[in-house]
Design a binder for this molecule. Structure first.
Ligand code: ADP
Ligand code: GLC
Length: 486
């Protein structure tokens, strides 16, 4: 099959969260399965410098954005698995310190930036000479692509016609802009209606994708059900219910060539299910690196996360206040909302040697915290899939998660299945429930046999991407069958 993916992030070229991991791994795996795969992403600052083999293609795009023609260069690279990577260049839009925001403020021209990107994606989907049969777009940044393609065909214009799929990684981000931004799309006004792009008087890029893609997927089965409710639908539950029959949930996989403990340059010692000694070495090393007391016996709880409301930061801070009275340690790597960063830093100042907070983004340290911790906290309010809990399992680090979205789909609590328990799950979004789970963790930690039982169960689980990619192939086949030519 010929498949084109479009995403505002792709690992290892750009990443702020799991979206990048998912898209990079899906593309690679589809290639390994023998498909022809392309990916389009913006050329952000640093990508050209970090990849000297990128070549500039001779096509220069001229994208019309209502007021003027905006040029777009296309840089090209063959990925390690044979995937075709296309990076869209426009330095004014993408050569900036960050991808979406600075100092907590979204870039004020995010409408123009991602309408430009979406138009370029639609253009390539329709004009690449290898004629993709599938256009698979991810999240709001490319939510308008299915409509651009559909409108183009409706107007009888020439071009390849791929089936379109939208994957919803996170309903909390929708790309909502004032009505005036709609002019940048140059789409007819007939689409600016409550049953298509319009959302309470504004334009909504994600809603456009939900309405016009041939098929919709989410990144876990449970999240695909949750988002039909008011609690999780972020205002789009009505639009989603209308397309319920075209919506399916596919749990993300894990790229074990990146996330493993036997061949990993970021770790000080290798370890495996059969020999866990290396795990202790990693614990002592990360304690030293983060200036915690270096002690094998103390339970170490870890977090690597964006610090946003989604991630349950408030109950986490509350639970730590209580739990830090015990003999435990806590290590966090993350960045995000300034008030959350400040609260964690205050906690570290109050509990030096017990709490280590590293504000920033650091791929190597993310691996070392995963490997060195005994427990990994993910008390999310909602979690479309979540990858860290699955990485934790492979690293022999027991996840403590709230039973939502992909966390519920991927972690087994003793109350679900006593023989295969690999983590601790709780339902209620409260400090009390999280404290209770952390106390259960202490009981497990104090009993070497139970600790090793949980670790072994977790390390034995396999979230292989191959299985996930095959589910996407089935979804692509379904999208081709259901393509709407009207
Ligand atoms: P989300 O996409 O909602 O942020 P996921 O659990 O799906 O959550 O994925 C998060 C990804 O981002 C993981 O690969 C995690 O290791 C990584 N990550 C998050 N914050 C940081 C950070 N500060 N430094 C390094 N990696 C991070
Ligand atoms: C989003 C979600 C996260 C998911 C990731 C990759 O960022 O918040 O739960 O794992 O996308 O699909």
């Amino acid at each position: 099959m010929r498949i084109l993916l479009a995403s505002s992030e792709v690992f290892p070229f750009s990443k702020t969260g799991g979206l990048a991991d998912m898209v990079g791994a899906l593309a690679k795996t589809l290639c390994h399965l023998g498909h022809e795969v392309g990916i389009i992403s913006p050329l952000y600052a640093g990508i050209k410098e970090g990849n000297p083999s990128l070549e500039l293609l001779s096509v220069e795009l001229q994208i019309s954005l209502g007021y003027s023609l905006i040029p777009g260069g296309v840089w090209y690279l063959r990925g390690s698995a044979g995937e075709r990577l296309y990076f869209l260049q426009n330095d004014h839009f993408f050569n900036r310190p960050n991808y979406y925001a600075e100092q907590g403020q979204d870039y004020p021209d995010n409408d123009a930036r991602f309408i430009f990107f979406s138009k370029a994606v639609a253009h390539l989907a329709q004009n690449l000479e290898w004629k993709p049969e599938i256009m698979h777009v991810h999240d709001w940044q490319v939510g308008l692509v299915p409509l651009f393609i559909r409108d183009h065909l409706k107007r009888g214009l020439r071009g390849n016609h791929p089936a379109t799929i939208l994957t919803l990684h996170n309903l909390a981000y929708q790309g909502v802009f004032p009505e005036s931004s709609y002019a940048l799309t140059e789409l007819p006004l007939e689409y600016f209606r409550f049953d298509s792009v319009e959302f309470y008087g504004q334009m909504n890029c994600l809603k456009s994708g939900i309405v016009f893609a041939d098929l919709l997927t989410t990144v876990s089965p449970r999240y695909s059900r949750e988002i039909l409710s008011e609690e999780f639908g972020c205002g789009l539950e009505g639009a989603l219910r209308m397309r319920q029959n075209q919506l399916t949930g596919i749990l993300n996989g894990v790229d074990y060539s990146e996330w493993n403990t036997h061949k990993n340059k970021s770790l000080v010692a290798a370890y495996s299910l059969d020999d866990l000694r290396g795990k202790s070495a990693n614990k002592l090393a990360v304690q030293a690196e983060l200036e915690l007391s270096v002690r094998e016996d103390v339970p170490l709880f870890g977090i690597v996360s964006r610090l946003t409301d989604q991630k349950g930061v408030d109950i986490c801070l509350g639970a730590l206040e209580v739990m830090l009275e015990e003999d435990i340690q806590f290590a966090l790597l993350g960045s995000g909302q300034p008030e959350f960063e400040a609260s964690f830093l205050r906690l570290a100042a109050k509990h030096s040697k017990k709490v280590a907070i590293h504000i920033g983004y650091n791929q190597g340290l993310a691996h070392r915290i995963e490997a060195g911790s005994d427990f990994f906290l993910m008390p999310s309010r909602f979690e479309p899939c979540g990858l860290n809990q699955m990485y934790s399992l492979k690293y022999g680090t027991i996840p403590i998660v709230r039973a939502v979205g992909g966390l519920d789909d991927s972690i087994i609590d003793a109350s679900d299945d006593k023989n295969h328990a690999n983590g601790i799950k709780f339902d209620e979004y409260s400090v009390r429930a999280l404290v209770e789970s952390m106390r259960k963790a202490l009981v497990i930690h104090a009993d070497p046999e139970r600790l090793s039982f949980y670790r072994r169960n977790g390390m034995g689980v396999n979230f292989d991407w191959e299985k996930t990619a095959k589910e996407y192939i089935r979804a692509y086949e379904r999208a081709i069958d259901s393509i709407d030519l009207t």
